[in-house]
Design a binder for this molecule. Structure first.
Ligand code: NAD
Length: 336
């Protein structure tokens, strides 16, 4: 496959970012986009996308389409991914793979049955600094890593609406436990758990605590302790309660220690990326790089990573963390 023909399904907060990036990918053409919202379709048309659809199944009917980028709300990941797989389209799907393990397994079966590729959008793997950390872990720079801490605290879905695409209301599905599948742990925690699993491999959940400071049915605070089979003990701390975005990682080994801020990105970095994008130069944002990896993997007939299996593994860890919290609640500890 030389040129990859893409379709974009779901043009909300994250889908818009993917559409913008997809339009700059080399050897790639965006053949169409789909969203139930007329406003979102107008946005796509204004960016030059000729074929837009309210019903994504119409987009999937295009025989020239090779792959789709799915940024639908979590409760539609299963349906969207299965329909795309049945239509024979390769899939880039936003994280989390699905709302829970059962749905994730159904997506993977359909992908396997239909012989298409699946990549899950854990973009931290495409942050160049975090990639270097992984190399330093493997080459023994830290010695034996003993303790790891990963923090991801922000306003979650509240904050992101104001950051990049202007003040738009937060879609209600984000705060419905049934539709979202989980709160801060599934949303922000899954990023950190995927990153640490990429660094250290298989893990088990030792303890997990959830907090409900905003009085929603979904957790807006979570702390989990993980033990990696061949590595360290890690604490993952996430929250949706803060106006300040703090995303960081700490690694303590027998030879070296590191504390690294992942976000907020410096304002200069954000401006520089925008300037580069305007001039059609390669964007170095992880969101751009992950799509570039997806497309080049399809061209080389290779499995893109994070794969569906990676996405499912992450859901399994999260599911165990939710179970642990329930046990802690039965014992009278855990939730605030
Ligand atoms: N990787 C990241 O950093 C990151 C950041 C934000 C969101 N996400 C993920 O992206 C996904 C979407 O999140 P969001 O915040 O963009 O949500 P959103 O609600 O802003 O966007 C979803 C879009 O899907 C559209 N939609 C709903 N039903 C549809 C249907 N049946 N057919 C076609 N379009 C439909 C909506 O109109 C909306 O435009 C979630 O899974 C979320 O976890 C990832």
């Amino acid at each position: 496959m030389k040129q990859v023909n893409l379709g974009v399904i779901g043009l909300g907060y994250q889908g818009k970012i993917h559409l913008q990036n997809a339009l700059y990918l080399k050897e790639t053409k965006v053949l169409g986009a789909a969203d139930v919202s007329e406003k979102a379709l107008t946005y796509a048309k204004n960016l030059g996308v000729k074929n837009v659809y309210k019903d994504y199944e119409s987009l999937l009917k295009n025989p020239q389409l090779d792959a789709v980028i799915i940024s639908l709300p979590n409760f539609l990941h299963l349906e969207g991914a299965v329909k795309a797989a049945e239509a024979g389209k390769h899939i880039f799907i936003e994280k989390p793979l699905a709302r829970n393990v059962v749905e994730g397994e159904k997506i993977l079966s359909s992908v396997k049955e239909n012989g298409v590729s699946l990549m899950v959008g854990y973009d931290l793997r495409f942050n160049p600094d975090l990639k270097s950390v992984r190399e330093r872990i493997s080459d023994g720079f830290f010695g034996e890593v003993q303790i790891v801490e990963a923090t991801n605290v922000s306003g979650g879905p509240f904050a992101s609406r104001n950051d990049r695409v202007g003040p738009i209301p937060v879609p209600s599905w984000w705060f419905d436990k049934e539709l979202a599948g989980g709160g801060a742990l599934l949303d922000l925690g899954s990023h950190m758990i995927d990153l640490l699993s990429w660094y250290f491999g298989e893990t088990e959940v030792i303890e997990s605590y959830l907090g409900y400071t905003l009085n929603m049915k979904l957790e807006d605070v979570a702390t989990c302790m993980l033990k990696f089979k061949n590595g360290p003990i890690a604490t993952v701390k996430v929250g949706w309660f803060s106006k300040n975005h703090t995303q960081s990682i700490q690694i303590c080994g027998t030879a070296q220690n590191l504390w690294m801020r992942i976000s907020p990105q410096s304002s200069l970095g954000i401006i520089w990326n925008d300037v580069k994008r305007k001039f059609g130069l390669q964007n170095s944002s992880p969101y751009y790089l992950e799509l570039e990896h997806f497309v080049s993997s399809l061209q080389k007939d290779k499995q893109p990573r994070p794969s569906g299996d990676d996405g499912l593994r992450c859901l399994r860890v999260i599911s165990r963390a939710y179970e642990k919290t329930c046990k802690n609640l039965e014992k009278g500890v855990g939730a605030s």
